[in-house]
Design a protein around this ligand. Structure first.
Ligand SMILES: Cc1cc2nc3c(=O)[nH]c(=O)nc-3n(C[C@H](O)[C@H](O)[C@H](O)COP(=O)(O)OP(=O)(O)OC[C@H]3O[C@@H](n4cnc5c(N)ncnc54)[C@H](O)[C@@H]3O)c2cc1C
Length: 483
């Protein structure tokens, strides 16, 4: 049976973090807003049948942002555990770098419930158990979405603006007409396969904080354990941890070929858990059927534009996770909030043109997006280093302050002369250092380029061409080389 299309000001497709906040922002701003998600109301925002698959860690700044912009204050038990920061540990354990500043380990299912209720309380018409199959296009403009309702009936909804928050595999983004603003597909080289377990366990008294730290989110850089990515152990309340691995396909293939192994992501996670002496007698935490799951996450800059006629995107659908940490909760919170608010402004001003929506590109770029291309460059460089080079580089190439600056996407002034004095033995180390200098140069160039993000559509093409060319160059120069 086919129903007649219903009309809305704004449709938000996908009720995850970015979606619920975008919908809340739009409705709060007075727009007649529909939110569609495939899950039951009680399981809002669940990514896949595996659950709310995530490491659950987020920096405090993002939580503060939604309080400021939406007046939504998150508290315990959503903010499950407060952490001092993220500690990145080198493969040989000689260097531990403190990144990110204070943050939280979240209870994702509880977060989903709170933000969904918040959206509904603010007037969002939320229809769960709806499968969004694609955009309705008229004259090269998005004018709605089609899909299936809870009974499997075909449905169509029309709106002046559609906000795509369907996550990495978005059925809207992938079906947009080919255009210069939004890429339909994301390269497999820019995607990490990830998985994680939430375990109950018995941490030993005085456990080694290189492996488990109740006050910090720990990241292990190790190209053998997690080729092209990293392993993590994040604390949760009640003697629980979130432990997982992210790996890049080519890096894993190269590593397996060199070691004559056939390890899969699942095997890597199990090996990582066994490798960790602090994780004794773990059992999967069955709460919310969210104890074990696998999914993908992008590690590139967000799409060059986040808008297209009639369309805005936020969160994983726009490849927003941080290229170094894969942290996507914060960007999803920030971008979802912004997209909803700007959509509401556009409706109120009776101007939903792409020129109006462009404000969203500028705002996101100013608050978060302007560093991500540089961070993508650094991620590509990092994936070209084996464990020895990471160990060597982390202790010789950069001071702790410089490394932390880079992780924020800022450009440290690396003194070539003094570094050469400290560095250098071995041709591969010298090459890796020269490559770092090149990498930092391109990061700087990208940061400056993003600080000149086009103010309007007219100059977008030329601006984008430079980004595409430079990224291509970097990928040609630095190939994955985990072992
Ligand atoms: C293993 C793993 C670990 C991670 N760890 C961290 C971490 O520690 N910190 C961090 O900041 N980030 C982490 N991330 C990334 C983070 O989880 C995401 O960036 C975040 O969930 C993005 O939110 P979103 O709302 O944009 O998308 P999603 O969370 O993917 O939400 C999309 C929503 O749309 C629904 N949906 C999808 N397709 C359809 C459809 N066709 N029809 C109807 N509904 C649909 C989904 O069911 C879901 O409800 C991790 C990711 C993974 C996979």
């Amino acid at each position: 049976m086919v129903f007649m299309p219903e009309d809305f000001d704004v449709i938000v497709a996908g009720g995850g973090i970015s979606g619920a906040l975008a919908a809340a922002g739009a409705a709060k701003g007075g727009a007649k807003t529909l939110m569609l998600d495939r899950n039951d109301y009680s399981e809002a925002g669940k990514k896949t049948n595996w659950g709310w698959v995530c490491g659950d860690a987020v920096a405090k700044t993002h939580v503060d942002f939604i309080y400021k912009e939406l007046d939504l204050k998150l508290t315990e038990p959503v903010l499950d555990v407060k952490v001092d920061g993220v500690q990145v540990i080198s493969p040989d354990f000689t260097r531990k770098l403190q990144f990110e500043g204070a943050g939280y380990s979240l209870d994702r299912p509880k977060l989903a419930k709170v933000i969904t209720d918040f959206a509904v309380k603010n007037g969002v018409d939320y229809r769960p158990r709806h499968e969004v199959e694609g955009p309705i296009i008229s004259d090269q403009k998005v004018v709605g979405v089609y899909g299936r309702d809870e009974k499997g009936n075909q449905v169509k909804y029309h709106a002046k603006i559609v906000i795509d928050t369907l996550g990495i595999a978005s059925t809207i983004r992938r079906k947009l007409p080919k255009n210069d603003f939004i890429e339909n597909n994301i390269s497999i080289d820019d995607i990490e396969s990830t998985g994680r377990y939430i375990y109950k366990f018995n941490p030993a008294e005085g456990a080694d904080t290189n492996y488990y730290d109740p006050k910090n989110a720990i990241i292990h850089l190790n190209q053998q354990l997690a080729p092209g990515g990293y392993g993590w152990v994040f604390p949760k309340s009640g003697r629980r941890i979130n432990v997982g691995i992210g790996t890049e396909k080519k890096s894993l293939e190269i590593r397996n070929a060199k070691l004559n192994r056939k390890d899969t992501l699942h095997m890597l996670i199990d090996q990582y858990v066994r490798w960790n002496p602090c994780i004794k007698d773990p059992t999967i935490d069955g709460q919310d059927s969210n104890g074990k799951g696998y999914w993908s996450v992008t590690v590139r800059r967000q799409l060059d534009s986040l808008v297209y006629p009639g369309y805005m995107g936020a969160g994983d659908s726009m490849a927003m996770p941080n290229p170094i940490s894969a942290g996507g909760i914060g960007p999803a919170m920030t971008a979802g909030t912004m997209a909803g608010k700007i959509a509401a402004e556009a409706i109120a001003s009776n101007d939903t043109s792409m020129e109006f929506l462009w404000k969203y590109n500028l705002w996101y770029n100013e608050v978060y997006g302007n560093k991500t291309a540089g961070l993508e460059v650094f991620r590509i460089y990092l994936q070209s280093l084996n464990n020895d080079l990471i160990n060597y580089g982390i202790s010789r190439f950069l001071t702790e302050e410089e490394a932390v600056e880079i992780s924020y996407g800022n450009i440290p002034k690396i003194s070539i002369a003094s570094t050469f004095n400290k560095v250098l033995s071995g041709i591969s180390n010298i090459n890796a250092f020269k490559n770092l200098l090149y990498c930092v140069k391109v990061m700087k160039e990208m940061n400056e380029h993003y600080n000149n993000y086009p103010k309007d559509l007219g100059s977008f093409d030329a601006w984008k061409r430079k980004v595409t060319e430079r990224m291509h160059e970097v990928k040609e120069k630095f190939k994955p080389n985990p072992i």
